[in-house]
Unconditional design. Sequence first.
Length: 365
Amino acid sequence: MTKISIKLTNKPYTIFVKENIISEIANFHKKNFDNCKAYIVTDNNVKNLYFKPLNDNFVKNNITTKAFFVKAGENSKSFKVLESLTRKILADGINRNDVIYALGGGVIGDLCGFLASILLRGVNFIQIPTTLLSQVDSSVGGKTGINNQIGKNLIGSFYQPSAVFIDPLTLTSLPKEEFISGYAEVVKYSLINDKLFFNWLNKNVKSILNLDKSTILKIITTCCRKKADFVIKDEKEQSSRILLNLGHTFAHAIESELKYTIRHGAAVSVGLLMAMKLSYLLNLSDKSDYKRLYEHLRSVLLPTNLNELSTKIKWSPNKLIKKMYADKKVHKGNIRFIICEGIGKVLIKNDIENSMLKETIEGFI
């Protein structure tokens, strides 16, 4: 088992990475939350795969459980679903010592984390991520939230889990497109501060796509350690943690424009490429870095332009730029962009002209 510590002052916790670890979570619950209920929230897809073994193990250990199922997909990160869950869980008599278990991908983790942060002004919650995106990124660090018509994740809180349990074997049950989508977040980490990691990823495309066990384990643990370092230094995203938003200002605008009907990682893939193009248009990186990133994303079958995401709308740079101004990362009226200085180094820019953004986006239509 690999253990990665998130050594926060107020709420330290551990990421546990091990095959078949779902069968061990009941023991953790008994040790840390004895005589407390386990509220399991998952989506209709994950329900058919991992809910029964998790729930059966709780019941076997005399742990009282209650389960709630939501529709799979980004649209479940909504006030409607949040309100429904709060009403049902409060009616069941939850107390602050009980635990909410987020069993699923990034949508379930974000939704449950926010749910836990507002119920009784804060109850325990534990992440059990089952997708690559959630295992390498969203389950770690305490960012929680829901979407609305204005933008993505604009309503939420910073609320840390009590633990994160990662079973790499859950990735074998993912649709190929879902796995590949999550891989965009892996690429993000390499672009931020680890050119050697990018080079390693580039050399191991075949093993990645084949879900080679040792390769996938290295990806998960490497990304979790990187995320842990950022979170420990800057839990509430006031300084260095902002760098983890590389590509996401573009991506969130794209997702909002498409009303959250595409996978987050697909939007991130195009967003990363847009950020790299903007970088070389600003003479901060070389065009060869853009080409390397483009070729790597293509090699793993990730989208590299807007029309690959949807041909049902007429893409408008001005509309996307307008949506960016509603993003959380706007600072004193300026959009705060994370810009690449080549592969493996990034910086924050607050003074980018709209004309430069328009030129960047036009190259992807």
